[in-house]
Write a protein that binds this ligand. Structure first.
Ligand code: G3P
Ligand code: CA
Length: 309
């Protein structure tokens, strides 16, 4: 009985994998999204701040490792410098991930470029420390695009947009400059995410063809209504909540509205499996290699269906 139930559960999940391939046509109002990366891949593996479980977050080596581990997307959190440049950093302050102090908004790019963004990692994680991490620089968004080019996929978050007026305009300008969008405003390799609906709406108004993901940070067990989901669908292609507060019912609701479901930050194998069983269409992880192993286990377990990653 147990085995049969297990088999049934697995078949249902496999079917979900396949169905997903055909149901990724979710498009927000006005924008028929051409983002092939979320349409072609059945489950997206997002290297959260790069492969940040192994290398200092938001540095070129962390992003490179994400690519080597076959993460589908490089996740980039954006902050904006005093002189209006977009840099890859999670916190509003430079204190945690560099040897400097202060707010990004109060520092020029030249000042931020003087900081060491790698030594903190070696000190905090001696077992993962590498000499090459010493003296790493905080990358600008432009540098990331220059380094990884148009073949990579980018999952870009506007952080603290209320602190940075003009951030969305600058982001769109950089996307255009590096030809991440075509002349019609379409992209094949960029997703924009934010906790701020206002910021996403701003991006949507500037370019309705950019695929957007609405992030949520729930403090308690999460629920979401049909009305909320319909409203999100007006501008976004998916939602990204904190994994620890959602359950299968939440995911079902999201998927019933044909929205992508990309929870963060899922680092444990058991949680990755659970997310897949619930119908996640991708997830953010500091360990893209582990998530690929989990995906591959499912692929190999399933002999009857063509579950490809
Ligand atoms: O962007 C998804 C996830 O990264 C949101 O949380 O705080 O890691 O940016 P945070
Ligand atoms: Ca993020």
């Amino acid at each position: 009985m147990k085995t049969n139930l297990k088999k049934l559960g697995f078949c249902m999940m496999s079917a979900a994998f396949i169905l997903q391939a055909t149901s990724m046509g979710a498009s927000a109002a006005n924008g028929s999204h051409s983002n092939s990366s979320i349409h072609e891949k059945k489950i997206v593996n997002v290297a959260h701040r790069g492969a940040s479980g192994y290398a200092p977050e938001h540095t070129i080596p962390a992003y490179q490792m994400g690519e080597q581990m076959k993460g589908d997307y490089i996740e980039i959190d954006l902050q904006m410098t005093k002189d209006g440049r977009l840099v890859a950093m999670h916190d509003e302050k430079v204190d945690r991930t560099t040897n400097g102090t202060g707010l990004v908004k109060d520092l020029t790019l030249a000042e931020i470029k003087k900081l060491d963004a790698g030594t903190w990692f070696n000190e905090k994680y001696p077992q993962l420390a590498k000499e090459v991490y010493e003296g790493l620089k905080v990358p600008t968004l432009e540098e990331v695009f220059k380094k990884f080019g148009k073949k990579a996929n980018y999952y870009i978050e506007t952080k603290s947009p209320d602190v940075y007026p003009g951030m969305e305009e600058e982001l769109l300008q950089v996307l255009e400059e590096y030809k991440m969008v075509d002349s019609k405003g379409r992209t094949k390799n960029v997703l924009i995410q934010s906790f701020s609906k206002e910021s996403l709406m701003k991006v949507h108004d500037l370019n309705p063809r950019l695929p957007l993901v609405q992030l949520f940070s729930y403090k308690n067990q999460a629920t979401i209504s049909d009305e909320e989901l319909e409203s999100i669908k007006e501008y976004a292609v998916g939602v990204g909540p904190n994994f620890s507060k959602v359950d299968g019912q939440y995911v079902k609701m999201v998927r019933n509205h044909d929205l992508q479901f990309h929870p963060y930050t899922v680092n444990e194998r058991a949680d990755m499996k659970k997310a897949l069983e619930w119908g996640a269409t991708g997830l953010f992880t500091n360990y893209p290699d582990v998530f690929n192993e989990v995906l591959s286990e499912y692929k190999h377990k399933d002999n009857g269906n063509k579950v490809t990653k």
